[in-house]
Design a protein around this ligand. Structure first.
Ligand SMILES: [Zn+2]
Length: 127
């Protein structure tokens, strides 16, 4: 009987160790998912900047040829860009939330572990 008890004791210790290992693995996965999301956002923003710079580079010769002052054209570009980026920004945040990440300033960028977040939802429902 003593052997059985020792065996069960040993098994319990092993299970405890496994449980701890699972916990740290879960934490690691969470960190990786969050980092992946951060990198995706960064990549998206870099792509946007790259695209804008490419457009400006290819558009420059045309503005030189046209007779209107270059400044006016640039201003229009800037205003149009600002207008679209506001709507885009909201869409990106909404998508981020539906992919399971916080967009509220309390937990921004962290995985939502327990369903909906009231901070995020109140942020999303703002006009
Ligand atoms: Zn949140």
């Amino acid at each position: 009987m003593k052997d059985i008890y020792l065996g069960v004791d040993e098994l319990e210790a092993k299970l405890g160790g496994l449980h701890t290992e699972f916990g740290s693995l879960k934490l690691k996965i969470k960190e990786l998912l969050e980092e992946n999301q951060r990198l995706r956002i960064e990549n998206q923003q870099l792509r946007k900047i790259f695209k804008r710079e490419t457009i400006e580079l290819t558009a420059d010769p045309a503005t030189e040829l046209s007779e209107e002052p270059a400044d006016a054209g640039h201003q229009e570009h800037a205003e149009a860009a600002a207008g679209t980026s506001l709507g885009e920004g909201y869409d990106n945040l909404a998508r981020l939330y539906h992919e399971g990440f916080h967009i509220c300033n309390v937990y921004y960028g962290h995985l939502r572990m327990e369903g909906d977040c009231l901070f995020c939802l109140s942020f999303l429902s703002k006009p």
